[in-house]
Structure formats: structure tokens, C-alpha cells
Ligand binder design. Structure first.
Ligand SMILES: O=P(O)(O)OC[C@H]1O[C@H](O)[C@H](O)[C@@H](O)[C@@H]1O
Length: 541
């Protein structure tokens, strides 16, 4: 693999692959050669630093890394999460054709369908008002209490699908910071509120603490006996849920073969289903399934997640670009970058291979972003003229939902396309100077100012265009990125499905709590930690 990566570096150098501007000038068909479509979804990667030779090299790399075999092993239900000894089957949750999926010889589909059915019944009862609070009033507000994978997916998707939201109001509480739940509870009437405690493990301290606060809110206002009417839970740890006192009829399970950051398709999606209804949630699953079928069947050069992964690997590992910016020109995708941060960085932020040896090259990039056009007025300066090259990933709908505001949508589109054009084309020193002198600036001043107005160009970007952001389109987008992360993880030869990196901080926080509470001394901690604790305790009221 290392040798293949080196030869890709050489091909990029020898073929001037990073001179994207020259590639466009030389080939009027570049767009049609380096873009592909799946129904209304267009994927344009012509503004990336690729050419045929590079793509051939990347295909060879994918073969050598066994990406397709690894993909098939995932869909088959092999134990590919080797450190946790689990299958990885979020795809079974959206397996709309009901093709049998075996785990330990047993088809999981009947259980998957049973939970989906139960969620549907519960969601529709909440939405129709037939499910009532303890005092007989309808539910107007649903609060999801969860964090990480038990929060980001539902938050992101609920915002994304606002035009389809016709159920009760939704709120999300994740942070252990008491401010989060306090600010939320202020908005609620306990008689008409329903809390969903969402936690795969049902041990996460943030979620358990917030759930206890919510429980007290109901018990204090409506009495202990009312708690059951105002809570539901989603978890794989059903024994722990029953200990919390939530009735089995309001508990929705999932399985250890669903990773937290891949769990929006499972019962973790319950808040989204309550917001948009069972039918639209089904369309969301359909979108994910469409990508699964595409990922399994399409040849590499038409396979969007495969291309996305290969190009991602190429930019990151071969060309050494340290981060990628996710820039949806879609305000409703405002939390999509945060969602992808967990998906990508928790999956591929690893430095040990599946053979338990250190990796030989750079793995997952830093993932970040904000919706356009807002980002343009904040951090795009650095993307255009900073010293790092940051591949940008744009996404835009051909149609907004606001029919009477088509003009605003046209402005949005123009801005999105202009950014990728500017990143690719840039502005030379001669062009910058000519612009200044044309405005009447004298030669000496123009020489001084022009360098500040130079854009190197050749900054890679890729663009997704879809018809409109609806449940199907969102499901498709998420699944595309899931499989992209999979392809990159397969090339890195790492386990994309564990997350040991989050453990140490949790362990130390548990150890520090008694010190922060003033019950134990800070002895044994480093002087910075001890000094910070002392300062806080001194100021504590
Ligand atoms: O769903 P839970 O078990 O409460 O876990 C919530 C989150 O916390 C952990 O620390 C993991 O890093 C995440 O992958 C997970 O999504």
C-alpha cells in the first residue's frame, strides 16, 4: 500500500494533477468526464485534483486494499468491528427489500421490522394526540435527551426536514451543562411534555444526569406516579432502561451491531419520526437504501461513495491536505457538518491498523464547516488565500421549498457555484494588477497592492446537486457520507467502528469529580490540573 501511495504521489506530480485550472483549459469535456449522476443527484468532482492516471492509481489502490471485499463483508454481517467483536449492520435498518441479513446465523430483519412497526405506532399516537400525558392532555413538546450519536442525527435531520415537520415541537438536550436542560425546561409545560431518553449503552453520564433532572421536573410538578406517562426510551440495554422505571411498551430497542454514529436509522430516529411521521421516515430509510444498492452494485467510476472515498483519501493522504470543509448551501443542513464530524472523525481518527500496527500514512482529516453563504463572510478568506489547501465540499438543491422566494434561491445557487469557480480559477498577479491599473491606480501602488489580491486558484472542491432537500434526499446524503467514511477506513486499513479515543477523558472525568466536589484532594494530579481545581474551588459559591 505504501508503495502504491508513493506511486500516486509521483503520478500527481508527473501529470500536474494539482493544476486543475490548466486541466479545465485543456479539456472542454472535463465536467462530463469527471462527474456522475444517480437519478437527480449529481456529483461533480471535476474541480478536484484528479485526472485519469490518478483515478486509475486510486482504483488499483482500492483493489489492493480489498475495498470491495470489505464492503461485501460489512453487508454480509461479518464481524468487521474486531476490537468490539461486532458486526456492522446499520444498512440492515434501511434494508427496504427485506433481503435476509444473518447475524450468528439468525436473520435480523424480523426484529428490525418489529421495532420499526412499534416506533411507527408510538409516533403516530403522539402525533395524533391519542397518547396523553398523566393529566389527560395531548403532547405538544417532545424532548430528546441523548448525546453524540444519540443526539446529532435526530437534531441534524429534524432541522433539515423542517418543511415536513407536522408533529409536536421537538427539543434536544445533550450537554451535561445544566444550562442546556434548564433553558429547555423553561419552555415546557410538564403536562404536555414527553421525554425520550436515548442512549445506546444507557450509562452515558450526560444523558443519565439530564434524564434524572427531567424526571424530577415531572415528579415535582405532577407527582411520582405521572413519570411513566411522560417518558419513553431508546437503547440497546433494555435491562438498564427498566431499572430507570420506563414501561416496556415505551422502550424501543436496537442492537450492538448499530454504531452510535450510524444509529439515526434505528429507534434513535424516533424523534424524527414523531416530527415528520412514519411515512416520511420510511422515505428517509428508502434514500439510505438507494445508496446501499448503488454502493454495492455500481462500477467504481460511477460509484459516488467509492469516488468520494477515493478522492478523499487522495486529497488527505496522497496530497497531504489536513482538513476538509463541508459547506452546504442549504440553511437547513446547518448541523450537517457537526453530524459529519462525529461520523468521520470518530470513525477514522485512528492511528493503529487492523493488524494492530501503527499506520504508515495520514488517516482521517479534520472535518468542519458551516452553511453557505454565512461561511463566506467568516472563514472563506482562509480557504481562498490561506497557506493550507482545504478541499471544499459543496451541496445545493436545484429547488428550495420557498417557492415565492425563488430569487433568494437563485442568489444562493450563484454564490455556491461562484465559490467553487473562484477556488479553482483564482486570480493571477498580472490579472490583479491589470484590474487595479484599469481603475486608475498608479503603477507603483498597483505593484504593492496586487500581491494581496492574488488567488492561487487550483484549490479543489466537489459539488453535490440534488433536486430538493426531502426525506429521501437526506437519507441518500447521509448514507453517501457513511460509505465514504467506510471506503477511506478500508484504504487506511483501520477499524472505523470503534471509538477508544473517547474513553480516557471519560475515565479521568470520573476520577476528578470527587476532587471538584471537594471530597478528595488533588494530590497525584499534575500541577496544572490541581491549580485549576484549586482556583475553581476558591471561587465556587
Ligand atoms: O448512546 P450512548 O451510549 O449514550 O453514547 C453516546 C455517545 O457517547 C460515546 O462517548 C461515543 O463516543 C459516541 O459514539 C456515542 O454516540
Amino acid at each position: 500500500m505504501k508503495a502504491l501511495v508513493e506511486s500516486l504521489k509521483a503520478s500527481a506530480r508527473e501529470t500536474d494533477a494539482t493544476d486543475i485550472r490548466a486541466a479545465f483549459a485543456a479539456d472542454p469535456n472535463r465536467f462530463s468526464r469527471f462527474s456522475t449522476r444517480l437519478d437527480d443527484l449529481l456529483f461533480d468532482y471535476s474541480k478536484c485534483a484528479v485526472n485519469d492516471r490518478v483515478l486509475e492509481g486510486l482504483e488499483a489502490l482500492a483493489k489492493a486494499a480489498g475495498v470491495e471485499e470489505k464492503r461485501d463483508a460489512m453487508f454480509r454481517g461479518d464481524i468487521i468491528n474486531i476490537t468490539e467483536e461486532r458486526a456492522v449492520l446499520h444498512t440492515a435498518l434501511r434494508n427496504r427489500g427485506n433481503r435476509p441479513v444473518l447475524v450468528g446465523g439468525k436473520d435480523v430483519m424480523p426484529d428490525v421490522n418489529a421495532v420499526l412497526e412499534a416506533m411507527g405506532g408510538f409516533a403516530e399516537d403522539v402525533r395524533s394526540g391519542s397518547l396523553k400525558g398523566a393529566t389527560g392532555r395531548e403532547i405538544t413538546d417532545v424532548v430528546n435527551i441523548g448525546i453524540g450519536g444519540s443526539d446529532l442525527g435526530p437534531v441534524m435531520a429534524t432541522l433539515a426536514l423542517a418543511p415536513f415537520h407536522d408533529g409536536p415541537r421537538l427539543h434536544f438536550v445533550s450537554n451535561v451543562d445544566g444550562a442546556h436542560i434548564a433553558d429547555t425546561l423553561k419552555l415546557l409545560d410538564p403536562e404536555t411534555s414527553l421525554f425520550i431518553v436515548a442512549s445506546k449503552t444507557f450509562t452515558t453520564i450526560e444523558t443519565m444526569t439530564n434524564a434524572a433532572t427531567a424526571r424530577a421536573f415531572i415528579a415535582d410538578k405532577l407527582g411520582e406516579a405521572a413519570v411513566g406517562n411522560h417518558f419513553a426510551a431508546v437503547s440497546t440495554a433494555l435491562d438498564k432502561v427498566s431499572a430507570f422505571g420506563i414501561d416496556a411498551s415505551r422502550v424501543f430497542g436496537f442492537w450492538d451491531w448499530v454504531g452510535g454514529r450510524y444509529s439515526i436509522w434505528s429507534a434513535i430516529g424516533l424523534p424524527l419520526m414523531i416530527a415528520i411521521g412514519k411515512k416520511d421516515f420510511g422515505r428517509f430509510l428508502d434514500g439510505g437504501h438507494a445508496i446501499d444498492e448503488h454502493f454495492r452494485g455500481a462500477p467504481v467510476r460511477e460509484n459516488i461513495p467509492m469516488l468520494l472515498g477515493l478522492i478523499g483519501f487522495y486529497h488527505r493522504t496522497v496530497l497531504g491536505y489536513p482538513s476538509r470543509a463541508i459547506l452546504p448551501y442549504d440553511q437547513r443542513l446547518s448541523r450537517f457538518p457537526a453530524y459529519l464530524q462525529q461520523l468521520d472523525m470518530e470513525s477514522n481518527g485512528k492511528a493503529v491498523t487492523l493488524d494492530s500496527t501503527p499506520v504508515e500514512f495520514a488517516t482521517g482529516p479534520v472535518v468542519w464547516g458551516e452553511p453557505g453563504t454565512n461561511g463566506q463572510h467568516a472563514f472563506y478568506q482562509l480557504i481562498h488565500q490561506g497557506t493550507d489547501i482545504i478541499p471544499a465540499e459543496f451541496m445545493i438543491a436545484a429547488n428550495g421549498h420557498e417557492k415565492t422566494l425563488r430569487h433568494q434561491h437563485e442568489l444562493l445557487i450563484a454564490n455556491c457555484l461562484a465559490q467553487s469557480e473562484a477556488l479553482m480559477k483564482g486570480r493571477t498577479l498580472a490579472e490583479a494588477k491589470a484590474q487595479l491599473t484599469a481603475k486608475g491606480m498608479d503603477e507603483a501602488k498597483a505593484n504593492r497592492i496586487a500581491p494581496h489580491r492574488v488567488f492561487t486558484g487550483n484549490r479543489p472542491s466537489l459539488t453535490f446537486v440534488y433536486d430538493q432537500l426531502d426525506p429521501f434526499a437526506l437519507g441518500r446524503l447521509i448514507a453517501l457520507y457513511e460509505h465514504r467514511v467506510f471506503v477511506e477506513g478500508a484504504l487506511f486499513n483501520i477499524n472505523s467502528f470503534d471509538q477508544w479515543g473517547v474513553e480516557l477523558g471519560k475515565e479521568l472525568a470520573t476520577g476528578l469529580l470527587p476532587v471538584v466536589e471537594g471530597k478528595e484532594s488533588a494530590e497525584g494530579h499534575d500541577s496544572s490540573t490541581a491549580g485549576l481545581v484549586a482556583a475553581i474551588l476558591q471561587a465556587a459559591r
